[in-house]
Design a protein around this ligand. Structure first.
Ligand SMILES: Nc1ncnc2c1ncn2[C@@H]1O[C@H](COP(=O)(O)OP(=O)(O)O)[C@@H](O)[C@H]1O
Ligand SMILES: [Mg+2]
Length: 307
């Protein structure tokens, strides 16, 4: 697995004017992976990304890109990186196509075919000859991602690419990023202050707060993980007397005098419903509880920090 690491941060620190903004952050990014950098505003996401792409110096620690230290071998390491940090700057009165062609001429070895390829990859073909100023926010972001991919980097760094997008726009970006990770085998590091977006898009997330590593979360763990189902019944006494004693093999917790939360595999839910009805329990509502990841994020970062 070590050879699949495309980006490595080792004990990174950043101090600006005596203020320690990044404290000892370490993580790895693997080939083909979509990794989220999740943290509230001001937690140090942009600063971390600016150091990775060389827009900002590192106070101490090492960053390796495909095994090259960015301190010692900046030229070799930086060519593997494509980035969109803050809003991309395009010429508003040029079409998307003209903008991309303009940028491609500043890069080495980017053919017109490659420009057309990234346009297709980001689903921009229909709008590519329209002026940039007429693009929706989602299209602007996609053009920014297309630009970052022009030189076929192994690593794509995106700072808050879904910021300001509506849920449909977020889903669209998610679909395109998944496609990029699959088709081009690009490793993607993206930041967000919203757990819900990271949860939708990423395979794994690193949570940071106050410039410090808090926790790494594997999203794919959630696949096959038990679900939490909230069942509201007429009264809990009926449930207690007829269901609990029937020695059924369910894991549950009684929350109040009408509510029971079951921890269960999705495929076992129909059977649970049948068992409840057969036991004569009057069921009013059944709802799926939100993933506990949200509780975890709030708990880890201390409450009022999702925005
Ligand atoms: N150039 C700078 N000079 C001084 N402080 C900075 C500078 N850049 C960022 N900071 C501070 O570093 C912290 C992290 O900022 P930033 O990386 O932008 O966080 P995020 O992207 O997670 O919102 C904030 O407290 C911010 O005020
Ligand atoms: Mg930021």
């Amino acid at each position: 697995m070590k050879e699949d690491i495309v980006l490595e941060l080792n004990n990174i620190n950043k101090t600006i004017k005596d203020q320690q903004i990044i404290k000892d952050i370490s993580f790895e990014l693997y080939k083909g992976e979509v990794l989220g950098l999740l943290g509230p505003n001001g937690s140090g996401k942009t600063t971390t990304m600016r150091m990775i792409v060389g827009l900002m110096g590192i106070t101490s620690g090492e960053i390796y890109i495909k095994g090259h230290s960015i301190k010692n071998n900046f030229k070799e390491s930086i060519k593997h990186i494509g980035a969109m940090i803050e809003t991309p700057a395009f010429y508003p009165f040029y079409s998307g196509y003209k903008n991309l062609m303009y940028f491609s001429r500043m890069l080495e070895g980017v053919s017109k075919e490659r420009v057309l390829e990234v346009i297709d990859l980001l689903g921009l073909s229909n709008a590519i000859h329209k002026k940039f100023s007429t693009y929706s926010l989602g299209m602007k972001q996609r053009l920014g991602i297309a630009q970052a991919l022009l030189h076929n980097p192994s690593i794509l760094i995106l700072d808050e690419p879904t910021n300001g997008l509506d849920p449909a726009g977020v889903r669209e970006i998610r679909d395109y990023l998944k496609r990029i990770a699959e088709v081009e085998q690009t490793a993607i590091l993206l930041s967000s202050h919203l757990l819900s977006e990271i949860e939708l898009i990423c395979d794994r997330a690193i949570i940071i707060q106050n410039g410090q590593f808090v926790e790494a979360i594997e999203m794919s763990d959630k696949i096959g993980e038990k679900l939490f189902i909230e069942v509201v019944v007429k009264n809990i006494q009926d449930f207690e007397s007829s269901f609990s004693e029937s020695k059924m093999n369910y894991t549950f917790e009684m929350i109040d005098n009408r509510t029971i939360v079951f921890e269960i595999d999705e495929e076992d839910i129909p059977l649970l419903m049948k068992d409840l009805i057969m036991a004569g329990i009057e069921v009013y509502y059944v709802t799926r509880k939100k993933e506990r990841l949200e509780d975890l994020f709030i708990q880890l970062t201390g409450g009022n920090v999702i925005e």
